[in-house]
Design a binder for this molecule. Structure first.
Ligand code: PLP
Length: 372
């Protein structure tokens, strides 16, 4: 039996999402101008309405995509292409879905907003000069740090800059109201809140609308053409409904487990650095064990039946410190010994207890193995 501590990478599908998915698997093309097409269209429309209602948007603003990555690409590149300016503002801690998209914008002059040692944006003054787009995450995938996005949007809006928010980690975990936030576009991904993998959506205001990256049949306001995955959209909406409905209670429960995990680790393992600092998502605990290599820790945890990740991508077998932790001022050697534990809907107290009793020996063995 694997004890799962990687809910931020993906969360197991909720039974309600599986049932909805299966029930709608036979839906045909929602573009069809006959009874079965209209039936599929109704299911898709209901999913769109539900997502809009749960996140404070209008149904027409919901653009279904194939992933959070695709939604981020459309938001960032689409708004950049819709603007006449070459100035782009983003943060030092973005997920590759935004970071690499920004890096591939042709002709862009990129300004980076830095974070302080707690992992939160510290200086927003670059926002006072207009730009093509600001791309900023709501909550960080590695540390869980919740960013001051209300202030980001307010300052960007004051000079007329459109804002793309990457809310992939936040949707279903903290309240999100698209209209109240005032962002131009917002990306989300169903598999992070118990929906199917391979289904995402972009909330996109009518104006300025992002330019499409794909061209074709004109579905989804032409912003994301292609025949819709009706079952996926319906399952995503069902998962989101349940996630939002239990949001407060779940956040409290998971925070209790996360606090217990943090305290027991600090009490039983020597020389530990915790990088998750409030305000943060309640399921995150990003922690370093200096002297150990993150990959050794993950392998030893896996062998003992625990699934967790380092939180940073490992390129061609070379251990790299996370750009998120380096940006927050963590020393490279320390950052390399990091594990991201993320708790969620299926995490129970005995999972935490099993982990804390196995961890001291795992850390000892990883430290004995040393650094690569
Ligand atoms: N943005 C953030 C903050 C994420 O954590 C992720 C996934 O880990 C993504 C974007 C990409 O989402 P998807 O896996 O649906 O492509």
């Amino acid at each position: 039996m694997t004890r799962y501590f990687d809910h931020s990478a993906t969360s197991p599908m909720r039974p309600v999402a599986i049932e909805t998915w299966v029930r709608n698997a036979t839906a045909l093309n929602p573009g069809g101008q006959y009874a079965s097409g209209r039936a599929a269209r109704r299911i898709l429309d209901e999913a769109r309405e539900q997502v809009a209602r749960l996140l404070g948007a209008d149904p027409i603003e919901v653009i279904f995509t194939s992933s959070g990555t695709e939604a981020d690409n459309i938001g960032v590149r689409g708004l950049y292409c819709a603007s006449g300016s070459s100035r782009v503002i983003t943060t030092a801690i973005e997920h590759p879905a935004v970071r690499d998209t920004v890096a591939h914008l042709v002709g862009a002059d990129v300004v980076i907003l830095e974070v302080d040692e707690t992992g939160h944006l510290s200086d927003l003054s670059a926002l006072d000069e207009p730009a093509a787009v600001v791309a900023c995450m709501v909550a960080n995938n590695e540390t869980g740090a919740i960013q001051p996005v209300e202030a980001v949007v307010r300052r960007a809006q004051a000079v007329g800059t459109p804002v793309h928010l990457d809310a992939v980690q936040a949707v279903g975990r903290i309240p999100i109201d698209f209209h109240a936030l005032g962002a131009t576009t917002l990306a989300a991904s169903a598999h992070k809140f118990g929906g199917p993998r391979g289904v995402g959506f972009l909330l996109a205001r009518r104006s300025p609308a992002p330019r499409p990256l794909l061209f074709g049949g004109g579905q989804e306001r032409g912003i994301r053409p292609g025949t819709n995955d009706v079952a996926g959209a319906a399952a995503a909406a069902a998962a989101l409904g349940e996630a939002v409905g239990e949001l407060e209670e779940e956040a409290r429960r998971v925070a209790g487990l996360r606090d217990r995990l943090r305290e027991r680790i600090l009490a039983t393992v020597e020389d530990v650095e915790v990088h998750t600092v409030e305000p943060a998502l309640t399921g995150h605990l990003n922690v370093s064990f200096p002297g150990a290599e993150g990959d050794s820790l993950i392998m030893l945890l896996d062998a003992a039946g625990f699934a967790a990740s380092t939180g940073s991508a490992c390129h061609s077998g070379v251990n790299r410190a996370s750009h998120v932790l380096l940006a927050q001022g963590v020393e490279e050697r320390v950052a390399r010994g990091t594990v991201r534990f993320t708790l969620g809907r299926t995490t129970a107290e005995d999972d935490v207890d099993a982990l804390v009793s196995a961890l001291p020996e795992i850390v000892r063995r990883a430290r004995d193995a040393g650094m690569a």
